[in-house]
Design a protein around this ligand. Structure first.
Ligand SMILES: NC(=O)c1ccc[n+]([C@@H]2O[C@H](COP(=O)([O-])OP(=O)(O)OC[C@H]3O[C@@H](n4cnc5c(N)ncnc54)[C@H](OP(=O)(O)O)[C@@H]3O)[C@@H](O)[C@H]2O)c1
Length: 224
């Protein structure tokens, strides 16, 4: 099925990646918005947001106005933003994920397994991203922390043009296990967004997660 999609944050790094990947697959962008305003040539089947947390109000307003399923990829959202997103999901289907890579979902499952089976081990999280990233720590690091029960120290670095690197370490006094995920390019996120679009179109209103798309479990209440 070829999609007509709307994109908020269309001139950003992720926005451009979504356009490149979706165009390659034959999907058509019919609505776009960036800081300079919006353009619409037809009604979209789905709305995708990779903008900035500071643009959140505009995104919510647009989603209420167009009433199309929303895929939200912007990180750094506040607790109030999350409440507003949940309220929106009473009217339209919404999927929110701080990381649309399949590998990160699998990494979270592995980390949860480790946590269940390593009482008393220390846990640490570190992340490295490109120098332009605005939020710190990354949304993915926060999601990993939340999945492991919270209260874990997160070490963040901003270096060069790195698309995203996350490591979780588990250590006892005698051994250490580290799980590292590297996004080699932003294309991987665009692929996850397309899978999410197919999942979301036709679903009843509600809050869904990328974990449900990839591993078919989860209740939609978190950000996994
Ligand atoms: N969930 C995931 O898998 C994933 C993966 C990668 C990144 N992200 C997140 O996606 C977001 C975008 O990342 P990026 O690297 O693409 O950032 P970016 O290059 O800075 O792009 C941000 C985009 O938002 C637009 N924008 C800024 N203020 C706006 C406003 N008030 N109204 C409408 N549009 C506005 C910008 O427009 P201008 O260009 O005109 O300023 C630009 O198009 C970040 O939150 C990032 O953490 C998520």
């Amino acid at each position: 099925m070829l999609l007509k999609y709307g994109l908020i944050g269309s001139s950003g790094k992720m926005g451009k990646e979504v356009i490149d990947f979706f165009t390659e697959k034959g999907h058509e962008m019919v609505y776009s918005m960036d800081i300079n305003g919006e353009t619409m040539t037809a009604e979209p089947d789905i709305l995708i947001d990779f903008s900035l947390a500071s643009a959140f109000e505009k995104t919510i307003e647009t989603a209420y106005r167009l009433k199309k399923p929303l895929i939200m990829g912007t990180t750094g959202l506040t607790k109030q933003n999350m409440k507003d997103l949940k309220k929106l999901s009473k009217q339209i289907p919404v999927i929110y994920s701080t990381n649309f890579s399949i590998g990160i979902q699998l990494m979270i499952c592995m980390a949860e397994f480790m946590k269940k089976n390593t009482d008393e081990w220390d846990i640490g999280i570190s992340e490295i991203h490109h120098r332009f990233k605005k939020d710190k720590p990354s949304g993915t690091a926060n999601t990993l922390c939340q999945a492991l029960g919270g209260g874990i120290e997160i070490n963040s670095q901003r270096l060069g043009n790195i698309a995203g690197e996350h490591t979780v370490s588990f250590a006892s006094l005698g051994e250490v296990i580290t799980i590292t995920h590297r996004a080699l390019s932003r294309r991987t996120f665009a692929e996850g967004v397309l899978q999410s679009a197919y999942f979301l179109i036709g679903k009843p209103s509600g809050m869904y997660t990328f974990r449900q798309v990839i591993v078919g479990e989860g209740n939609g209440n978190g950000q996994l």
